[in-house]
Design a protein around this ligand. Structure first.
Ligand SMILES: [Zn+2]
Length: 142
């Protein structure tokens, strides 16, 4: 398992190094940091959901009308979800992938529709244009 992860890590680093020339050199090194952060955020999210369940239970059991602590909890969950989404987007971009906004699955950069759910991928990144310009150039050469 550890070896497989290491291999995946290396593949990701090599890909990032060969494809993202314009990017900052430190970017692909940070992917393991991002992974840790993601695990941390997901565990925070889980405990926040547990917390919400507990509050809802207590409120219901004690017939409490006040829902202010629930509101706080929901806001925290939304915040964590946003952070997780952003992190997943960053990590996908490092692997030259984009995340479908509808089903959260990863697609190749430049894909127009999601291969899983068929939703239109709106997250178009500039590199797509660069590579198609390159294609045009090659066509011209022939
Ligand atoms: Zn999708």
């Amino acid at each position: 398992m550890g070896i497989l992860n290491d291999l995946e890590e290396i593949v990701v680093k090599v890909k990032a190094a060969t494809t993202a020339f314009g990017e900052k050199a430190g970017q692909y090194v940070d992917i393991s940091k991002l992974k840790f952060k993601l695990i941390e955020l997901k565990s925070d999210l889980k405990s926040e959901f547990e917390n919400l369940g507990k509050i809802t239970y207590e409120n219901s059991k004690n017939d409490v009308e006040d829902s202010s602590n629930i509101t706080v909890c929901v806001a925290q969950i939304d915040n964590l979800k946003l952070q997780i989404e952003e992190l997943e987007r960053q990590m996908a971009a490092m692997k030259n992938k984009v995340i479908c906004h509808a089903c959260r699955s990863q697609n190749e950069i430049g894909a127009v529709y999601c291969t899983k759910c068929g939703e239109k991928i709106s997250d178009v990144i500039e590199t797509t244009e660069a590579s198609s310009a390159e294609d045009d150039f090659l066509d011209f050469e022939e």
